[in-house]
Design a protein around this ligand. Structure first.
Ligand code: NOJ
Length: 550
């Protein structure tokens, strides 16, 4: 039997930027509760909450200091229970972010681990003595600088693939794994419906931690071949599944898996293996980046189509795809792959349509459904994100780059583009808070906001609602076979989804010039983003036809 998520749409909430109920400038759980009518009306089935656990907030909550609580800035466990109850009452589900590749350095496990070389928890993290060059190996952190920090009192280094306040847990130690399964069960017992698992394919590392390759001009070696998709990944995930999900029904495990191939994904998401249900790969969201995310790369539409098609084909008979453009780590899709100026509405709706009509489970990031755009950054003071700030500092201080150049490098890709407050209305602070928002509201909130779209049938929001409804009601959207048409066409993104008796044809003009569309556009027009018909496909026009099959 097909799993429940074939017709589900997930909505990601970044709690600190969603809705602030108490005027302290930061979103919170009561704020989310107050917006459940909006989310129910949108039609989404699952809410994924980015981390709300107690945290020093060095990486906006992806640095957890207590896995069994709620950070006071978001509310209390009672608030959480009230939210979960209301979500369930409405027939929706809620999944938590599970961040267990690393903890905060303020987590009691790490505090204990660093207290002495003899600590019983010493081996819960990756401690190593200095090498002749200082750090134990040459790995760079994903957030710039070395992946190692020296702990002076005990004279050893600890590994942190992200910020220095995010030490990596040592999953080789069975006690660590047991502790993780226990905290997962604690939340599952509380009623949550599953987890989005942060960087879960980093939990198995080559225990020898060999140096990585260092290319000319690089400051550090690339350790990813040794810390990603490691030798025990499948074993760990299956063990996790057996100890948490196996005895429970209808729970969802979504893994964030940077650097996995389709072949790996087939294994990781094969329902018969008991590892994950689906995963996020990054191929399509790295298409516009050169070797590092801050260096732009020219790409073509055929390349983008090929990535989607390859994942569709690869997971057609086994496993399952996620479908996403946006999340809290990615710039806004309409600014990135669309046109957030003249064709803002058309390109936002085109990108949504193309994505949602692939086979897989779509993920919407808050604000995507109203076409929120990137932020017009002009100064480094407007940034908050540790990844952006670390890269800026390294660029200026270590590489000696001109600060303006460094600023222009981080601006288009910075994660802060996604993290600006949700734009609810055209009032002060976009209706997000009555206080001072922790991150500035995008100045375009006077025109781009939910209130302006809620009753407008020709809005980005209305279009998302139609797409979600279509997935709920149409078996072709859920399970239909995917076939890409005209893969080499430089402007047209066209594909079909077919079941036995009917198929959907999607044709999309990815660009601002009208084009001829050499595809049989007959049948019932079920969705489009233009009010009338024309022979050509106009700028950013998308059409979806239903065609009966003989
Ligand atoms: C991936 C998360 O999505 C990102 O926001 C975070 O900074 C890193 N993992 C580290 O937890």
């Amino acid at each position: 039997m097909a799993p429940w998520w074939i017709d589900a749409v997930v909505y990601q909430i970044y709690p600190r930027s969603f809705a602030d109920s108490d005027g302290d400038g930061t979103g919170d759980l009561r704020g989310i509760l107050s917006k459940l009518d909006y989310l129910q009306d949108l039609g989404v089935d699952v809410l994924w909450l980015s981390p709300i656990y107690p945290s020093p907030q060095a990486d906006n909550g992806y640095d957890i200091s207590d896995y069994r609580g709620i950070d006071p800035m978001f509310g209390t466990l009672e608030d959480f229970d009230a939210l979960l109850t209301d979500v369930h009452r409405r027939g929706m589900r809620l999944i938590m972010d599970l961040v267990v590749n690393h903890t905060s350095d303020e987590h009691p496990w790490f505090v204990d681990s660093r207290s002495s070389r003899d600590s019983p928890k010493r081996d819960w993290y990756w401690w190593r003595p200095a090498s002749a060059d200082g750090p134990p190996n040459n790995w760079g952190s994903i957030f710039s600088g070395s992946a190692w920090t020296l702990d002076e009192p005990t004279g050893e280094y600890f590994l942190h693939l992200f910020a220095r306040k995010q030490p990596d847990l040592n999953w080789e130690n069975p006690q660590v794994r047991e502790a993780v399964y226990a905290l997962m069960n604690w939340w599952l017992d509380r009623g949550v419906d599953g987890f989005r698992m942060d960087v879960i394919n980093l939990v198995s590392k080559d225990p020898h931690l060999p140096d990585g390759q260092k290319l000319p001009g690089d400051l550090y070696g690339d350790g990813s071949p040794y810390f990603r998709n490691g030798p025990r990944l499948h074993e760990f995930l299956h063990e996790m599944w057996e100890n948490t999900f196996a005895a429970r029904d209808e729970k969802l495990a979504v893994g964030e898996c940077h650097g996995t191939t389709v072949e790996m994904a087939r294994l990781l998401t094969d329902q018969d293996r008991g590892e994950l249900d689906m995963l996020f790969h990054f191929e399509h969201v790295e298409i516009d980046q050169a070797r590092i995310k801050w260096l732009p790369r020219e790409y073509t539409l055929p390349e983008l189509k090929e990535i989607f098609a390859r994942w569709q084909q690869g997971l057609a008979d086994v496993g399952w795809n996620t479908l996403y453009w946006d999340n809290h780590d990615q710039p806004r899709v309409v600014s990135r792959f669309g046109d957030d100026g003249a064709y803002w509405y058309e390109s936002a709706t085109l990108l949504a349509t193309v994505l949602h009509l692939h086979r897989g489970t779509p993920f919407i990031f808050q604000g995507e459904e109203i076409g929120m755009t990137n932020f017009p950054f002009t100064s480094i003071d407007q940034f908050h994100d540790v990844e952006s700030l670390n890269y800026y500092t390294q660029s200026v201080e270590v590489r000696g780059r001109d600060p303006q150049v460094a600023l222009s490098m981080i601006t288009p890709m910075s994660r802060d583009n996604a993290r600006t407050p949700m734009q609810w209305d055209d009032g002060p602070n976009a209706g997000f808070t009555k206080g001072t928002p922790w991150l500035a509201v995008n100045p375009n909130s006077d025109s781009i906001n939910a209130a302006a779209q809620v009753d407008d049938p020709r809005s980005v929001l209305a279009h998302y609602k139609r797409l979600i409804a279509l997935r709920h009601e149409d078996p072709v959207v859920q399970l239909g076979r995917f076939d890409l048409l005209l893969p080499d066409h430089p402007r047209l993104w066209a594909f079909t989804r077919s079941c036995e008796h009917s198929r959907l044809l999607v044709v999309a003009n990815v660009g601002g010039e009208a084009i001829d569309c050499d595809v049989d556009m007959t049948g019932e027009l079920v969705l489009t983003n233009y009010p009338d018909q024309a022979a050509q496909l106009r700028a950013w026009e998308v059409r979806v036809y239903r065609q009966e099959l003989p």
